[in-house]
Ligand binder design. Sequence first.
Ligand SMILES: Nc1nc2c(ncn2[C@@H]2O[C@H](COP(=O)(O)OP(=O)(O)OP(=O)(O)O)[C@@H](O)[C@H]2O)c(=O)[nH]1
Ligand SMILES: [Mg+2]
Length: 346
Amino acid sequence: MKFLDEAKIFISSGAGGDGSVSFRREKFIPTGGPDGGDGGRGGSVIFVAAENLNTLIDFRYQQHFKAERGDHGRGKVQSGKAGADMIIRVPVGTEIWDEDKTLLLADMKTPGQEIRMLKGGDGGFGNTHYKSSVNRAPEKALPGWPGEERWVWLRLKLIADAGILGLPNAGKSTFLSVTSAAKPKIADYPFTTLNPQLGVVKIDENSFVLADIPGLIEDAHLGRGLGVKFLSHIERCRVLLHVIDIHSEDIVKDYETIRRELTEYGMNLENKPEIIALNKCDALDETEQKKKQKQLQKACGKDVHLISAAAKQGITPVLRALWREIEQNRLAEREQEEVPVQEEGN
Ligand SMILES: Nc1nc2c(ncn2[C@@H]2O[C@H](COP(=O)(O)OP(=O)(O)OP(=O)(O)O)[C@@H](O)[C@H]2O)c(=O)[nH]1
Ligand SMILES: [Mg+2]
């Protein structure tokens, strides 16, 4: 499933430092020549495509990116220090558009790719440059050149890393709503979600894309309910989050119903890593929760998380578990992509 992440940011390169007007002042040399140094160059704004970033979520928190200005020149022909560049790391695949979104300025396709988007201003000349046979004591120096500034749009096509599965009304959309900025429709009846929804989830220092799809029911693969057509949206997910309502009459049956639909669907969905969560724990006492947890763990042979999406309880461990799978899957994928080096003579 494709989804566009966007962020508008303001970037500015540094101005150059001013050139200096200065004269040598030494004992026994009352009228020394000019010795004003040049201003330092301003820092540039440089975009770098970074492999370990996945979303533009950090740009919602920081929108202004300024490179440093160059230092001014000083006496004794000392040039000003150059301003530091502003390096902006963006996920691989990010497109950089102008403010009106009409002109593509850069396409950050390959890991490590660098683009100098704004150049820093040059430093101004100090008065040493203006010495001549007719003017031995020039009072002239140039100011530094200004930097550049502009707004740009960052755009990134996202693909869901994790998909939420479960029977209708299990609380899938509620989970998406409390873990991301997405605002899916939530209601106390089945088939509230009619179309897949995506959100960007931030956990610790990482972020990933989570997809919420309409609930599945028994025989969905035969077209019952909304059917399995939405499963195609999670074929490329790296991990599944299986949400089950703890108040259901038979949680094991609920779990198995969804597992069966996954297997029937094919496309290897049933072999994807799965994180399992019993939801709506807020309305149940702890002994009951533990009992249900044990029961389901025994049936599925995996860890089961106890959560309340609505009350935001137990959410962080689930997100961390999802992230661990996503990260592992990415690493494995990268290793596969690495082309083996052919040894000479083979
Ligand atoms: N008590 C309680 N209610 C919850 C919790 N999470 C969700 N609900 C309620 O359960 C109902 C269904 O929630 P949704 O998030 O719409 O469920 P869904 O799985 O997305 O449903 P479909 O889109 O129909 O498949 C809503 O009334 C929610 O308020 C929870 O942790 N505790
Ligand atoms: Mg829903």
